[in-house]
Every structure is written in structure tokens, then in C-alpha cells.
Write a protein that binds this ligand. Structure first.
Ligand code: PLP
Length: 380
């Protein structure tokens, strides 16, 4: 059976973890943490980055940083992972769910403005499959209504937005804050892990404090204050050096990993475009976006058609999976939901199917999958 995902290790993870063990310094915010953070800041132009134990944690830090309080409203796409919403719900926010585009699971930027009220505090675009949302439009709306923009860039490492002046900007560097994931299902992994990106300088000092249990320990270690103590709210959001060491081995290989994944993604796209499937939608990459090979999906005509395809793929030895049940229809939130129907989000809930894509996948497997399962003759 070809699995949907298989984790990839570069081989150097164990060596760097051994270095950490030899140093005896296993807690967070050590040498490897600093190496990873500087690497991200230099390569992508983030003003400041902070490693976290997950993307969910990084989003929770965002909610604390922008002072989300009971009754504040946060605009989130309904078609996303739970974490995008839960980080703000924990601080008492009401989530206002937005619909996707008809031909792209990302938040429909033209539908955001009508959701804004006097209580709206932030917009959280999710760059689904690593493909950028329309950030010029979103940033313009945010500016007009003085809202914060927090990019859920969990899937978006090494992917870019090309703005209206043709400037290429790393995803996660455009909003006031951003969050990445290194969960084992993402392109670059550390098992569990995440990164907070800070592009608005006003948040830097407080972010370091929230990160380290509400203390100014980071300033103390830089010699900026002569003792440290409890100065704000916070939690323990920092990963161990063992995790940072693992991540460092992955970051060193990012260009190899990305080239491989993008190559596989392109192979799917090339083979499927040639088939000219009438009943299946392929991913759209808008002119303002790049593709980082995070995931390859197709969209079927209806849920029955998707079920048939999953079954057919299973019989042929391929594990394809779907995801995201519209959050506005979730067991946890549906009682509170008082907004409109979100037909595109519900369509992707029923019809989006993710195909196997991982570093060690062979192109020949993709060729077989397409030939044996996606031939137009098999698709109703
Ligand atoms: C994976 C993912 C997350 C959660 O990341 P963790 O690191 O597991 O917390 C959040 N949002 C999106 C869109 C994701 O794909």
C-alpha cells in the first residue's frame, strides 16, 4: 500500500541531537533554537521568529499578543484545521467564519468586509496547501478597519506571495504575525513543532516574555537586565533543544526537500491536465502565488464520486484521504454559529481529496495511480 504520507529524515538529525546530549543543555532557547530562528529571519525576512512546540502554540501566542478578550471577533475561514480557530476561542473570541472561493479552498477575500463589525479584532487567512491567499486585498481591508492579520502559514513554508508591485514576499512575513508548523505531516518536520513570526516590532519584547512563562528570562540571558522575574501572562511555549536540533537537520536540506516535493506535485498536475477530466477540478495556483509542493488535491463532483475514488484507489494500493469538516458545522461550534451558509467550504468538505505526496514517493507510483484510478472512464 502506498501510504498518504511518510516522514522523511535527512540522516543528520541524530548527529545534531547527539551534540545536544553531549552539551548537557537540553532545555529550550539554546544554540540550535537560535540557529533555526536566525536562519528563518535571514532567509525569509521575518523581523523576529520564535520556535514553539507547535503551530497551535504559535497561534495561541498570537491570540495573547493581540489581547483577544471575551466578545472580540476573529474572522477565520471555515475550511481549515481546528487550531486556526481554537487558539482564539481559548482567549474568549467569537469566531466569525468566512467562506472559501469556489475554485480554491482559501478564504474568499471579497467576502471578508461584510463580516466585519465594531468587535472585529483580527483576520486569520490560512494559506491552504501552501498556496497564498490574496494578501494585498486582505491587508488593505485590515488597514481600513484597523485589524490585525495573523497568517496561518502552517502548510506554507518556503512559499511566496507576489504583491501588486511584483515584489515576492515569503508567506508568514506579510501579516502582523504568522505561524508555521513542523508537524510530521508538513514539508519540514520535527515531529511536533512550530514557529511564530513577528513582522510588527511592537510585539517582539512581549512575545519573548509570553514564550518563557511570563518572565523576562530572554532579556536576562542577553544581559539586558540583571535579574529576571514574573512580568506578564504566558506559558511554556518553547521546545527542547533536542527538537530544535532535529529541525536544524531538516532546514539544512530544505532546497532538496522542496525540489523533490514540487517535482512530484508537477508530475500529478501534468498527467492530470492532459486527461482533461470534466468531472474533476485540479488545484488553482493564482498568479500572485507560488506552489511549495505541500499537498496535491483534486475536487470531485460530489461526495459519492469521492467515495468511489477512495475505494478504487484503495483497491489499487493507494491511500488517499480527505479532510476538514467545515468548522462552522463542527459539533463544537455549530450551536453557536449564527452566520450564513458557506457553500464553498461545505463543497470542499464533501469533495476535496488529497493524494499521496511525500519525499520518498516514486514518480512511477504517481503514473500508476493516475492510469489506474483517474482515467476518465472510471470517474462518474
Ligand atoms: C497542521 C496545521 C495546523 C496545526 O499545526 P500543529 O503544529 O500541529 O499545531 C494549523 N493550521 C493548519 C492550516 C494546519 O495545516
Amino acid at each position: 500500500m502506498i501510504p498518504f504520507n511518510k516522514t522523511h529524515q535527512t540522516g543528520n538529525e541524530i548527529n545534531y541531537m547527539q551534540e545536544v546530549l553531549a552539551s548537557g543543555k537540553l532545555a529550550g532557547n539554546g544554540l540550535f533554537t537560535k540557529k533555526c530562528q536566525s536562519w528563518f529571519e535571514e532567509r525569509y525576512g521575518f523581523k523576529k521568529t520564535i520556535l514553539t512546540t507547535s503551530c497551535t502554540d504559535a497561534l495561541e501566542m498570537c491570540a495573547i499578543l493581540i489581547n483577544i478578550k471575551e466578545g472580540d471577533e476573529v474572522i477565520v475561514p471555515s475550511y481549515t484545521f481546528v487550531s486556526t480557530a481554537i487558539a482564539f476561542v481559548r482567549q474568549g473570541a467569537k469566531i466569525v467564519f468566512a467562506d472559501s472561493y469556489a475554485d480554491n479552498p482559501n478564504i474568499d477575500a471579497d467576502k471578508i468586509e461584510s463580516l466585519i463589525t465594531a468587535k472585529t479584532k483580527a483576520i486569520v487567512p490560512v494559506h491552504y496547501a501552501g498556496i497564498a491567499c490574496d494578501m494585498d486585498k486582505i491587508m488593505e481591508i485590515a488597514k481600513k478597519y484597523q485589524l490585525y492579520v495573523i497568517e496561518d502559514a502552517a502548510q506554507a513554508i518556503d512559499s511566496f506571495y507576489i504583491d501588486k508591485d511584483g515584489v515576492k514576499k515569503a508567506l508568514g512575513s506579510i501579516g502582523h504575525l504568522g505561524a508555521f508548523s513542523f508537524h510530521e505531516t508538513k514539508n519540514i518536520i520535527s515531529g511536533e513543532g512550530g514557529l511564530l513570526t513577528i513582522n510588527d516590532e511592537q510585539f517582539i519584547r512581549r512575545a519573548e516574555i509570553i514564550w518563557e512563562k511570563g518572565t523576562n528570562r530572554a532579556e536576562f540571558f542577553r544581559g539586558e537586565v540583571n535579574k529576571y522575574g514574573w512580568v506578564d501572562t504566558g506559558s511554556s511555549f518553547l521546545p527542547s533543544e533536542l527538537i530544535a536540533a532535529f529541525l536544524w537537520a531538516q532546514l539544512e536540506q530544505i532546497d532538496v526537500i522542496q525540489a523533490k516535493r514540487i517535482g512530484l506535485w508537477n508530475r500529478y498536475y501534468e498527467l492530470l491536465s492532459k486527461l482533461d477530466l470534466k468531472e474533476i477540478q485540479l488545484p488553482q495556483v493564482p498568479d500572485y502565488a507560488t506552489n511549495n509542493g505541500h499537498l496535491f488535491y483534486i475536487v470531485t463532483k460530489n461526495i459519492e464520486s469521492r467515495n468511489q475514488l477512495i475505494q478504487r484507489m484503495k483497491e489499487n494500493g493507494f491511500h488517499a484521504v480527505f479532510h476538514y469538516l467545515s468548522l462552522h458545522n463542527s459539533d463544537y461550534y455549530k450551536e453557536q454559529y449564527d452566520g450564513d451558509e458557506l457553500e464553498n467550504s461545505d463543497k470542499f468538505t464533501d469533495c476535496l481529496l488529497r493524494l499521496p505526496l511525500f519525499y520518498d514517493l516514486q514518480e512511477s507510483a504517481i503514473e500508476q495511480l493516475v492510469e489506474n484510478c483517474l482515467n476518465p472512464a472510471f470517474i462518474s
